[in-house]
Design a protein around this ligand. Structure first.
Ligand SMILES: C[S@@+](CC[C@H](N)C(=O)[O-])C[C@H]1O[C@@H](n2cnc3c(N)ncnc32)[C@H](O)[C@@H]1O
Length: 266
């Protein structure tokens, strides 16, 4: 039995292992998860198998640098108890695990079972002992299943843009952070510079969607442009974080203005 994976409410059964793989956890939630963002959940389940490959392809590996910057902004350090919200296949959780080391603890939370299954199998296919400090939890970012003041740092990678109620998510993150601790949220930057916006849209239309089309996922990636249009600018994100209860908030542009990182202190 894989004891590194749980649902917010507790789950457990194990499928037979695929050839060359460890046993695969099946998620059985005893309580109903909040399903208001069902369509997005289905979308992330569907793109899970190609998500990592496409990230590498589309950013020419640059997303790894932006993710390392996000970890550094979170202030996570050796021995900390940290949370990665909307963890997907686990990139930020693995980086956090390196950062906090074997004496620390990492929780990766996501509502997509398929993304979590890949995160779990990545964890088991790597021999790093510190990765044993990661637990994967199936749960919803708008209702975090943790007590107040549980974590020394929280990260969110490309998640805030995708949740239905951003204020609620930031309120929840603020609640579970210890006073004085930080959230670091990396995402696409909704730029106020028309040149950056046009370049970003061109990249999506002529690079991202055609690349996703190779995997039969063009429609799924067309959603990206709309989601950035509907996202918040850096200043708006800073205001939202303050409204959610954080004591200070600062947004940084990275990746030549294509990406942005909100850092807020509880
Ligand atoms: C674009 S992926 C990012 C994955 C990963 N953090 C990364 O940086 O590669 C967004 C993730 O957010 C998750 N997600 C979206 N809304 C969520 C919610 N309300 N609760 C939990 N996870 C959510 C999706 O399932 C998906 O795995």
């Amino acid at each position: 039995m894989d004891n590194a994976i749980m649902s917010a409410a507790s789950l457990h059964r194990t499928l037979p292992a695929l050839p060359g793989q460890h046993s695969r956890p099946v998620f059985r939630s005893k309580t109903r998860l909040v399903r208001c963002s069902n369509e997005r959940q289905v979308l992330f389940d569907r793109i899970a198998p190609v998500y990592d490959n496409l990230n590498d392809l589309l950013t020419v590996g640059q997303h790894r640098i932006w993710k390392r910057m996000a970890i550094s902004w979170s202030g996570a350090k050796k021995g900390d108890n940290v949370l990665d919200v909307c963890c997907g296949t686990g990139d930020l959780a693995f980086l956090l695990s390196d950062k906090v080391g074997p004496t620390g603890k990492v929780v990766g939370l996501d509502f997509s079972k398929e993304q979590l299954l890949i995160a779990s199998s990545r964890q088991h296919s790597q021999s790093k002992t510190c990765y044993e400090n990661i637990k994967w939890i199936e749960g919803n970012a708008i209702d975090l299943p943790f007590p107040e003041s549980s974590f020394d740092a929280v990260t969110i990678g490309y998640g805030l843009r995708n949740v239905v109620d951003r204020l609620k998510v930031l309120e929840e993150v603020c609640r579970v952070l210890k006073p004085g601790s930080k959230v670091s949220a990396l995402d696409f930057n909704k730029s106020t510079n028309p040149f950056s916006t046009s370049f970003q849209e061109w990249m999506i239309d002529y690079v991202v969607v055609p690349a996703a089309d190779i995997y039969g996922l063009a429609n799924e990636y067309r959603y990206l442009k709309r989601s950035i249009n509907e996202f918040l600018t850096g200043k708006e994100l800073e205001r939202l974080a303050l409204n959610a209860g954080f004591s200070s908030a600062k947004h940084f542009e990275t990746g030549g203005g294509l990406m942005g990182n909100l850092v807020a202190v509880r």
